[in-house]
Design a protein. Structure first.
Lengths: 1130, 520
């Protein structure tokens, strides 16, 4: 009788299966489904599989493959072998189907019109234990099982329902769907092929369901680690990678074996990259990336390098095969029938991996959570895809793992305590609002930050066309990754400096071979008061240099080629010049170009935020050369100076548009490094040595850092002593320069002493760490005596010196005030209704929230629009342009040169003059911020001005209103262009505006470059510079005639009532500059990454091969790739 | 990253091997067995000096200690002290963009009909000073604006009240540039007087020496600024009571408003009164006009206030004449008692200073003309140094049957300078009050070493006189040398104080004024 059942082909992929295989075959043979054919695909090495199949399932077809291509690639062969099947039942060789499983699966496929159907998967040995009942994923492709580990089957999951993933093992898929999808991705040799297939299936409109009535037992020999992934499969993975590399992508680094975890992670990412539409990709990928980076950091802190490596390599693997991914997307996206919005409904919200991690942390604590993972790595007790995350090393080096685990736990404990203390000390700020003080100026929206970088006009002063610092773009990028959470962006960029600096300190000392020394160095760097003083005083620049100093030091130290900052490769290096052709020789190659590129990119980032970092880098190198006077190794140390100069050159080239803006300031360009501050508040030498140039660390206990740092000078021998001496030389130089800079003895080069103390703190911490290294290596050689006493004193000194920092952590704010001046003047925003205006800020440069210019005598001036400034005013051009008249006017007032200051600054639309005498308002019993007095004559001079009205006089702030102000865009009705400003202050009474009869027009947001609104016949005054670049266009599109006003502003004749648009003409140069910046950064980063690849190739130079478009890299080029990723990316 | 110590791979480069470098004995074979090493060998090895250690330690210690020593030796300059108050009277620098003079020169309420006020403007620059005069009237009449011009190194007299109804007026002279001073000259039936125009507004103005027992006292409050001012006025009296009349609290002055108050209504029969003007918001200019009545006659005193108390006050020239009186009035605005030492400066003699205790919130009158041992008939300088800030004024009454006016009141100066501008009561050849001119010019040297003083005419620089002034002494140039009303410039090698005595009056000091300090 002819059956109506659709034909099903059971495809069993067998790879040297164990004794369970007979049961697998028997279960298939026992199916009550009439139209079931069986095809066994043999990928194993044993010869008797056909015999074993024939014994149980004589009707089955067996095809033997030479070598293991991986599960997906093998199954794909079914499309050429089978014709006429309606469904494929794709099975592993370790599953046992219930007798009615196929019947029920097909039935449900018809009933639900599903493309893919998954059975209920239970444990092989205990069918009461659920293994899978379908799976879900989150937006990043992280798979989430619907059942808990060891969950008992009580029928709680027995409803048919849509799922996102039909887990591998036993899956029914419609044959036409399988064909449409081109089967599995052959590049996925293991782990994740089911996710990829199911996701693509949903994109083309197929349903994925689970039919729990169909039961399948699954042994999971691969995922559990019982059957390791064999070398041939790894080779297949490499082959896939190499195939991609041949197309210009990255080869998989072979120095460590691929783990299941890594395979899972790379394939999750691959699925996400492939299946999301472009618009969704733009939104989701940054989130996935951020989570991945966070995971890497946490994993590193926990000592779980396997996980960290897996994540990094997964990204690298995918980014290295973008061409392939593009091809996959090109094949899939045209077939899309389901929008991502619908697909997202089937995904779990948030990050499944993050949620699971927090669950573990809450359940077992931080240590317990990671210990479990580490144990999982060793015990290979992974159960599902989720547990495949947990570090299954395919070829684990148990000895190394064990040794690392013990040390890692200790390190982890220390770092956790340190992190906890920092978090406790910062809790008040992290959980609340970051006050706007010093350089902690709030960011505008992420889009404003970006557009400010790319535009040709900046609102500082009265407007300037100086190119913006890349810091705005960097902040914008981070803000974009954080989905526009600019407050969070600011906190991350500020507080992230602390761990980054500590991490760099650890890496600085790592070449000395003592993890303990590196740990102590990092902890000491965290304990010095410097970063907390920078926090308390709102000195972001100092924090940035604090974060970057250890990395700069490490890179420059490596460039010297001095022990121990050289690299062992274990391979002969014919051109190394030392120990050539001897296995295990030292290679001392540090290509100038590579190093300059790496350090240059780092320096470019630093100088974007702190231009003085350029001086710091060169000064570090000079200090290293200076130290060579002790050891007579000038030729080697001179390399660091060459590298510093070269890297500075690279950084300047990357930042070329901004650099041109700085250079165009002429002699005033030195102001880019900082403005002069009054010497009266300079830190004493003792404060400088103790890094106590602020409210934290004033206790004499902090001398302990210096005392402890001196220990290696006394104890250490060999390279430890030599580098301790070099570190001391650097510290002494920076201490001294910071000291004289604070006193104003460096002339116009006024670098913030806190910025200069960054390298000193790094080298001091490094010296402290070297003391530990000396204790480990050098002291055992000595008899018991005074050296041990010195060690004890050093240890005690560090402990005691850390006490003030710890005490400062208790209040939870590092002395950061709660209230700031932006709150004091928040009422200004309401005044915009009467016209846009500027605020002239006067005070010590350290108390201003934005970049300013010098008036003289330690007084600086700056502007903002419509209230307190945001970060767009933070990095001013070096020259004030027409805004210089504001400074001159203030100077005049201070020297009795005028009593009409308001009239003099009125053309710039200055409505308020704010004088700050401290960093934040003083509130009795609540906050006592650091005071930064202004010249004593300033406030009396302002009080004598006839056109300034005091409106607010608080502790630390005095606000004057300018009676003579004119709105930024003001109109005088009358004959077109006839209105004139008052020729001089004499022409009007002090309480009259300098443009009589002016009314505000053309409203708009602060720092905008286009304003539109109704105008009447008359004259429009605009106080935006440069006047030539602004244009008033009437509704007819005709530009209004413009004449100069006040010498620098604009006056437009409005011929008739119209809707006018005042806009800034960017021209092509700003765009060109922006594109140049993007290209420069892109090229630099790409070159950096490329050279990192070169380094890896160099490391395995024993088998050099062509991996980049068939070109064999010359040995010199490979060797040249040296120092960059060691120092920066390592 | 892997460093040499991380993987322990032995090096092939003996010169770079730290182990070999650190333990040369091991490579030279010293110590036959690495396991059984003699104690002596170990000791010798460990004590082997490390190259550069001493130099490194010495350098580090030397820098740390050396810079420390330098740091403690070279102290950080303290914040600059607040600039002296300059008495609210000075000449703006030539380079100034704008400058203003505030002259509440019109007749007060009590000055009676016929009293007029004029302003003498003196330009110390070599270019014509052009400006605008804005005059307001106490009566509320519309504001008058007029252009003014002062010739280079010359003077001009202006009648601010021209075109305004009779009554009190106040003017603001605004110049494009600096270098101009203003002197108010008032005259009336009771006499005449001069006072400098204020060059800046202030939130505080103090006066001392007026009387509501022997005269009429008017207070002019002028707000030339754009901000509304709220003014409180209080009074100190000899008996220590502080008068705070309700009518004088919270006086609101709109921008450009002048208010004149007769103080006698609320401060009655106080022989010596100190007037303390304090704004709670804004800044103003204040002057006091005292119509004095003394046994020998009457007098009119226009007094520019001082913008705050000070610890040191000077009068470059004081002359007590027989039959007349010279009284120094000291007001203590603080609640605590203040001790003031009043010293006399003479070139050829030493006079024992007098010590006066001024109780808190009290005005004390010290009659200098009655002080035992103090000169009579010859000029001397007076310096008052107090233990806490006070306000000092000097009133003079002439002997009976003297020429008019017979009484006057002058505020002290807190300023010394090396260059002064001295202006008389009118322009050369055209005195505001007929027949008046500069009678004497005194230059007092408060320093401890002698000072060379040169007096020249402002216009043309014709020398008027030159003298060496001994320490703590003074020199007085007579009318013959001063020749009328030509403005004079006094230049000294060290800071001095100056005082010009205008006449004719009943006695020296009846109409007197300090000069205008010039910036050098």
């Amino acid at each position: 009788m002819e059956t109506l059942a659709p034909p099903v082909v059971a495809v069993v992929v067998a790879h040297d299966p164990g004794p369970w295989f007979a049961e697998t075959l028997a279960s298939i043979a026992s199916q009550d489904y009439a139209e079931l054919s069986v095809l066994v695909l043999d990928t194993g090495n044993s010869d008797d599989l056909a015999v074993r199949v024939a014994e149980v399932l004589p009707s089955a077809y067996v095809r033997r493959f030479e070598g293991n291509w991986g599960f997906g690639a093998t199954v794909n062969e079914v499309r050429t072998m089978v014709d006429g099947a309606a469904y494929y039942l794709i099975c592993h060789d370790d599953v046992a189907l219930a007798v009615d499983a196929v019947h029920l699966l097909v039935e449900e496929a018809f009933r639900s019109n599903a493309g893919v159907v998954s059975p209920k998967v239970v444990s092989w040995s205990d069918p009461e234990l659920l293994v899978h009942v379908g799976m879900s994923v989150d937006k990043g492709g992280s798979v989430v099982d619907r059942v808990q580990p060891n969950e008992i089957d009580h029928g709680q999951h027995d409803a048919v329902r849509d799922v996102f993933v039909a887990p591998g093992g036993c899956t029914l898929i419609r044959a036409d769907l399988f064909d449409e999808l081109d089967g599995y991705d052959p590049a996925i040799v293991a782990m994740g092929e089911d996710l990829d297939l199911c996701w693509r299936a949903q994109v083309v409109g197929a349903r994925i369901i689970v039919a729990p009535d169909a039961r399948v037992r699954h042994l999971e020999v691969l995922a559990s680690g019982e059957r390791p992934l064999e070398a041939s499969l790894l080779a297949a993975a490499d082959t896939a990678a190499d195939t991609a590399a041949d197309a210009g992508a990255t080869p998989t680094s072979p120095e460590r074996p691929v783990t299941l975890q890594e395979l899972q992670r790379r394939h999750e990412l691959l699925a996400a990259f492939t299946c999301y539409s472009r618009s969704h990709l733009v939104r989701v990928v940054p989130q996935i990336f951020l989570l991945a980076m966070g995971e890497v950091v946490v994993a590193e802190l926990a000592g779980n390098r396997t996980r960290a490596r897996a994540v990094v390599r997964a990204w690298r693997w995918n980014l290295g095969r973008m061409a392939t991914i593009r091809a996959r997307r090109s094949a899939l996206q045209p077939k899309r029938r389901t929008s991502d919005k619908e697909i997202r409904l089937l995904q779990v919200r948030g990050s499944a991996r993050l949620s699971a991690y927090f669950r573990r942390v809450f359940q077992f604590g931080f240590h317990g959570a990671h210990a479990d993972e580490l144990a999982a790595a060793a015990a290979s007790d992974a159960e599902t895809y989720g547990t495949a995350d947990e570090g299954l090393e395919l070829e684990p080096n148990v000895e190394q793992t064990e040794a690392g685990r013990v040390a890692g736990r200790v390190r982890l404990a220390f770092w956790l305590v340190a992190a906890l203390l920092v978090i406790i000390g910062s809790r008040g700020v992290l959980t609340g609002r970051l006050p706007s003080l010093g350089q902690f100026t709030p960011f505008p929206t992420w889009s404003s930050t970006f557009s400010q970088f790319f535009t040709g006009w900046h609102p500082s002063g009265v407007g300037t066309t100086a190119p913006a610092t890349p810091a705005l773009a960097i902040s914008g990028v981070v803000g974009t990754v954080l989905l526009g959470a600019m407050g969070l962006t600011q906190k991350i960029l500020i507080f992230g400096c602390l761990p980054l600096g500590a991490w760099g300190a650890v890496r600085l000392l790592r070449p000395f071979g003592s993890q303990r020394a590196a740990l102590v160095c990092g902890l000491a760097y965290l304990a010095v008061p410097l970063p907390y003083n920078a926090l308390a005083l709102g000195r972001w620049g100092a924090l940035v240099v604090y974060a970057g100093a250890p990395w700069v030091l490490a890179t420059l130290a490596r460039s010297t080629g001095l022990e121990p900052f050289v690299r062992r490769t274990g391979v002969p290096t014919a051109s190394a010049g030392v120990g050539s052709a001897e296995p295990g020789a030292w290679a001392t190659h540090h290509g100038l170009l590579g190093g300059a590129l790496a350090l240059g990119v780092l320096e470019a980032v630093l100088i974007s935020f702190v231009p003085a970092a350029a001086v710091v880098v060169v000064l570090v190198a000079l200090s290293i050369v200076l130290s060579s006077l002790l050891f007579g190794d000038i030729p080697r140390t001179a390399r660091s100076l060459r590298l510093a100069l070269a890297s500075t050159g690279v950084a300047l080239v990357i930042s070329l548009p901004w650099l041109i803006g700085v250079l165009s300031s002429g002699r005033g360009m030195v102001a880019v490094f900082g403005l002069q501050t009054p010497a009266s508040g300079a830190a004493s030498w003792g404060m400088v040595l103790r890094f106590a140039a602020g409210p934290i660390g004033a206790s004499p206990l902090t001398w302990g850092f210096v005392v402890a740092a001196a220990a290696p000078l006394v104890l250490a021998r060999g390279v430890r002593f030599q580098w301790a001496a070099r570190f001391w030389a650097i510290a002494l130089v920076f201490w001294f320069v910071a000291w004289i800079s604070g006193r104003g003895w460096t002339g116009g080069l006024a670098i913030d002493p806190l910025v200069l103390l960054g390298p000193a703190a790094a080298t001091t911490s490094a010296s402290i760490g070297l003391g530990v290294a000396a204790f480990e290596r050098d002291l055992p050689k000595a008899e018991f005596g005074w050296r041990q006493l010195v060690t004890a004193v050093g240890v005690l000194a560090v402990a005691v010196a850390s006490v003030p920092t710890l005490v400062s952590a208790l209040p939870g704010r590092w002395d950061l005030p709660t209230n700031d001046f932006s709150q004091s003047v928040s009422w200004m925003h309401a005044k915009v209704a009467s016209g846009a205006f500027r605020v002239l800020w006067l005070g010590d440069p350290r108390s201003l929230n934005q970049g300013g210019w010098n008036v003289g005598g330690g007084l600086a001036y700056a502007t903002s629009e419509n209230g307190p400034p945001d970060a767009r005013w933070m990095w001013n051009g070096t020259a004030p342009g027409p805004a210089g008249q504001l400074g001159s006017a203030v100077n005049l007032a201070m020297n009795d040169g005028t009593d009409r200051l308001g009239g003099l600054v009125a053309p710039a639309a200055v409505r308020y003059v704010v004088v700050l005498t401290s960093i934040a308002p003083e509130i009795a019993g609540e906050q006592s911020p650091t005071a930064y007095p202004v010249p004593s004559g300033l406030l009396p001079a302002l009080g004598r001005q006839l056109d300034l009205q005091p409106v607010l006089s608080g502790t630390g702030i005095t606000v004057f209103a300018n009676a003579a102000w004119v709105p930024q865009r003001a109109e005088v009705t009358g004959r077109p262009g006839s209105a004139r400003p008052a020729e001089s202050p004499l022409a009007t009474a002090p309480w009259m505006p300098v443009v009589p009869g002016a009314k505000p027009v053309l409203p708009g947001a602060a720092a905008s470059r286009s304003f539109q609104g109704p105008l009447t016949t008359g004259t429009l005054f605009s106080s935006a510079a440069p006047s030539g670049a602004w244009q008033l266009v009437t509704s007819s599109g005709t530009p209004a005639p413009r004449t100069a006003s006040f010498g620098w502003a604009s006056r437009y004749a409005v011929p008739a009532a119209t809707t006018g648009t005042l806009r800034f003409n960017d021209g092509f140069l700003p765009l060109l500059a922006g594109v140049f910046s993007l290209v420069a950064w892109g090229v630099a980063l790409a070159a950096l990454i490329d050279r990192r690849r070169l380094r890896r190739e160099w490391e395995r130079v024993g088998r050099p091969r062509s991996w980049s478009k068939g070109r064999l890299r010359p040995q010199e080029e490979l060797e040249d790739a040296w120092s960059m990723d060691e120092g920066v990316l390592g | 990253m892997s460093g040499p110590g991380t993987n322990g791979t032995p090096t092939g480069d003996p010169t770079l091997n730290p182990r070999q470098a650190e333990a040369p004995g091991a490579t030279t074979g010293e110590g036959s067995s690495p396991l059984v090493e003699s104690r002596l060998a170990r000791r010798r090895r460990t004590l082997r000096p490390v190259r550069g250690r001493t130099a490194a330690i010495v350098t580090a210690v030397a820098v740390v200690v050396g810079v420390g020593v330098v740091s403690s030796a070279v102290s950080v300059p303290p914040p600059a002290p607040p600039a002296p108050s300059q008495d609210g009277v000075q000449v703006a620098p030539v380079s100034a963009r704008t400058s203003s003079l505030f002259c509440a020169s019109g007749a007060g309420l009590a000055a009676g009909a016929g009293a007029t006020g004029m302003v003498v403007l003196t330009n110390t620059s070599r270019a014509t000073a052009r400006g605008v005069m804005t005059t307001v009237a106490g009566s509320g009449a519309p504001m008058v604006r007029r252009g003014v011009a002062v010739p280079p190194l010359g003077t001009a007299d202006v009648n601010p009240a021209l075109g305004l109804p009779a009554g009190a007026t106040a003017s603001t002279f605004t110049f494009e540039g600096g270098a101009v001073s203003g002197t108010m000259v008032v005259s009336g039936p009771a006499g005449w007087s001069t006072a400098p125009c204020a060059s800046s507004v202030s939130s505080q103005w103090d006066f001392v020496g007026g009387s509501t027992t022997t005269g009429l006292l008017d207070l002019s409050l002028y707000n030339p600024t754009a901000a509304q001012s709220v003014v409180d006025v209080s009074f100190l009296t000899p008996d220590g009571s502080v008068l705070v009349p309700q009518a004088y609290q919270g006086i609101t002055l709109a921008p450009g408003q002048l208010a004149v108050a007769g103080l006698g209504s609320y401060v009655q029969n106080v022989p010596v009164v100190a007037t303390l003007v304090q704004t709670s918001s804004g800044a103003i200019v204040a002057t006091e006009l005292d119509q004095m009545s003394v046994p020998s006659g009457s007098g009119l005193a226009l007094v520019a206030g001082t913008p705050g108390p000070a610890t040191t006050w000077r009068f470059a020239q004081t002359t007590a004449v027989r039959g007349g009186t010279v009284t120094l009035s000291l007001a203590n605005p603080s609640p605590s008692a203040v001790t003031a030492v009043i010293a006399v400066g003479l070139s050829a003699a030493t006079v024992t200073p007098k010590q006066v205790t001024v109780p808190g919130h009290t005005v004390v009158a010290f009659v200098a003309s009655a002080a035992a041992g103090w000169p009579l008939g010859s000029p001397y300088s007076v310096t008052v140094k107090a233990s806490a800030p006070v306000i000092v004024g000097r009133s003079v009454s002439a002997p009976p049957a003297s020429a008019a006016p017979q009484a006057g009141l002058t505020g002290g100066t807190t300023t010394t300078a090396t260059s002064w501008l001295v202006v008389g009561p009118g322009i050369p050849g055209n005195p505001i009050v007929p027949g008046t001119s500069m009678q004497t010019l005194a230059v007092a040297n408060p320093g401890s070493s002698s000072v060379k003083v040169t007096v020249t005419q402002l216009a043309g620089g014709r020398p008027v006189g030159m003298a060496i002034v001994a320490a703590n002494g003074l020199v007085v140039f007579g009318a013959a040398a001063l020749v009328g009303l030509h403005p004079l410039v006094v230049t000294a090698s060290e800071p001095v104080s100056v005082e010009v005595d205008d006449g004719p009056t009943g006695a020296p000091g009846v109409v007197a004024a300090s000069g205008f300090p010039l910036r050098t």
